[in-house]
Design a protein around this ligand. Structure first.
Ligand code: SF4
Ligand code: SF4
Length: 418
C-alpha cells in the first residue's frame, strides 16, 4: 500500500528572513554527536563565522557562530531531537562583523578534489535533510558515479527546499555541475515529485547547458524522500548499508546550496531555511534563520495562537517540544492545535504493516511484551532495529496508537540502548 500525501500548501511560499535574534544559542551537537570541544570562553567576542566548537572523534568538523557579539554563557536548551543540548549563548551586537577569510571565488569548479573536501570540512557543511552527517565524508569516496539531488520534501507541510530551489535554481545547477567536474562524477539526477510542476519548470528554465544533469520525476508517495526509496526509484538499485556501495551520493537541495556558499564565498554553515507551518500559525512561511535562533521568536512573529502544540520536524517524524532552538538539521517547525486524539484498542486492521517501508510488522512489535529472555528473543526476530522512524504506522493507525514510539522502544531494547 502506497500512501499518497499532498502538501498543506503554505499561504505564502516566498522566503522571508528573520535575522534579528537578540541572542543565539548555538547547539553543541553535530548529527547526534554531542562530543564537542568548546573553543570559546564567557565574555569572549566572536565574529559571524568564528569557530566556537569542534566535533571530536573521526569527523572533526567545526561549529560556527551565526552572529557577531559576546559569549554570555553556556545553557542547555531543547533541540531538534527533543533533548536538552548544551548551547553557547551569544549576545548579538547586530553589527554582522565577519571573519576576514570570507572571499568570492569566480569559478567554483576550479577546485581540486582535496581543496573541495577541505572547503566543506572547514565550513562545517553537514546534510541538512535531517541526519546532519558531515558532507565532506561522502565525497572522500573514489568510486562515485552518480549524484542524486534530493528535491523531494520528506513530509507533508515541509516546503523549505522547494522555496529555496525556486529562487536559487541557477546557483544550484552551477554547484551540481562543479561537484560533477571536481569529483569526476558522470551524471547528476535531480529527483522532483511528479506533482511539483512549478519546481520542474524552474529547473527546466536553466538546465539547457548542463548536459550531465537530468531531472527525474518520482511518485508522490511517502516516504519517497527516504534515501533508500529514492535511490531505488531513480536508479533501480539496492544497497546494503550505504549508497556509496553502488557509487551513489545523495544530497538534498539545502545541502547543495550550503556547498555553493562554501565554494563561492567560503561561508560556513550558519543559516538555513526552515518551514514554519501548522493550523495554529497566523502566517505560514519559509524563513531563512540564523542557526541558534530561539524558535519562539519566529513563531511569535508569525502569530502563533496561545495553547499551541509546537513540533520540531514534520507531522510524522517530528517531536513535540516545550521550547526549541533552531539547528542545522531541522527543516520544519509546526504549531498545531491542542486537540488530543484519544487512542483506542488495536483494530487489527493491518494498515501499519501495509505501509511500513522497512517491511516490518509494527503491530506485532508493539504488542510483544519484553518481560523475559523468550520475549526478547521473539522481539529480535521482528527486527525493530530496521525501523527508519518515518512515523507512517502512527499516521495511518485508525486507533490513534503511538505505534512508532513503541517500535522505537523495541529498537532501543535490541540495540542495548535501554
Ligand atoms: S516508523 Fe518504523 S515501524 Fe513505523 S512505518 Fe516507519 S519504519 Fe515502519
Ligand atoms: S494500524 Fe493501528 S489498529 Fe491497525 S493493526 Fe496497526 S496498530 Fe492495530
Amino acid at each position: 500500500m502506497k500512501v499518497k500525501l499532498h502538501k498543506n500548501k503554505l499561504t505564502n511560499e516566498h522566503l522571508i528572513v528573520y535575522n534579528k535574534p537578540k541572542k543565539v544559542y548555538i547547539p553543541l551537537i553535530s548529527g547526534n554527536d554531542t562530543n564537542i570541544t568548546i573553543l570559546v570562553k564567557k565574555g569572549e567576542y566572536v565574529y559571524k563565522g568564528s569557530i566556537i566548537g569542534k566535533r571530536k572523534g573521526d569527523f572533526r568538523i567545526p561549529i560556527h557562530s551565526s552572529v557577531s557579539g559576546t559569549v554570555l554563557d553556556f545553557e542547555e536548551r531543547t533541540c531538534f531531537n527533543g533533548e536538552k543540548v548544551k548551547c553557547v549563548v551569544i549576545e548579538n551586537d547586530f553589527k554582522e562583523k565577519i571573519e576576514q577569510k570570507l572571499s568570492v571565488k569566480r569559478n567554483i569548479n576550479k577546485y581540486t578534489k582535496e581543496e573541495f573536501i577541505e572547503r566543506l570540512k572547514e565550513n562545517g557543511i553537514v546534510g541538512l535533510g535531517g541526519a546532519g552527517f558531515p558532507t565532506y565524508v561522502k565525497y572522500e569516496a573514489k568510486n562515485i558515479n552518480t549524484l542524486i539531488v534530493n528535491a523531494v520534501e520528506c513530509e507533508p507541510y515541509i516546503t523549505a527546499d522547494e522555496a529555496l530551489a525556486k529562487i536559487k535554481c541557477e546557483e544550484l545547477l552551477e554547484t551540481i555541475d562543479a561537484i560533477l567536474e571536481i569529483n569526476k562524477i558522470k551524471e547528476a539526477i535531480i529527483a522532483i515529485k511528479k506533482e511539483n510542476i512549478e519546481l520542474k519548470q524552474a529547473f527546466d528554465n536553466f538546465i539547457g547547458t548542463y548536459l550531465k544533469i537530468k531531472i527525474k520525476l518520482v511518485p508522490n508517495n511517502y516516504p519517497m524522500g527516504w534515501e533508500r526509496n529514492l535511490i531505488k526509484e531513480v536508479t533501480n538499485k539496492d544497497y546494503d548499508k550505504y549508497p556509496i556501495e553502488e557509487g551513489i551520493v545523495v544530497n538534498n537541495i539545502s545541502t547543495i546550496y550550503a556547498i555553493y556558499e562554501a565554494l563561492k564565498y567560503n561561508k560556513p554553515l550558519i543559516e538555513r531555511v526552515v518551514t514554519f507551518s501548522g493550523e495554529n500559525l497566523g502566517e505560514k512561511r519559509n524563513v531563512l534563520v540564523k542557526i541558534g535562533t530561539d524558535a519562539k521568536e519566529v513563531l511569535e512573529q508569525l502569530k502563533i495562537k496561545n495553547d499551541s502544540i509546537v513540533v520540531a520536524g514534520g507531522p510524522m517524524m517530528g517531536i513535540k517540544v516545550d521550547d526549541l532552538i533552531l539547528s542545522a538539521n531541522l527543516n520544519c517547525v509546526l504549531a498545531l492545535n491542542n486537540t488530543i486524539n484519544i487512542p483506542s484498542i488495536c483494530l487489527r486492521c493491518g494498515k501499519c504493516v501495509e505501509v511500513c517501508p522497512a517491511k516490518l510488522s509494527p503491530v506485532l512489535i508493539m504488542k510483544t511484551k519484553y518481560k523475559n529472555e523468550k520475549d526478547i528473543k521473539k522481539i529480535k526476530q521482528l527486527h525493530p532495529e530496521k525501523c527508519i522512524g518515518c512515523g507512517l504506522c502512527s499516521y495511518i493507525c485508525p486507533a490513534n496508537l503511538l505505534v512508532r514510539e513503541r517500535v522505537k522502544d523495541a529498537k532501543d531494547l535490541v540495540k542495548g540502548d535501554k
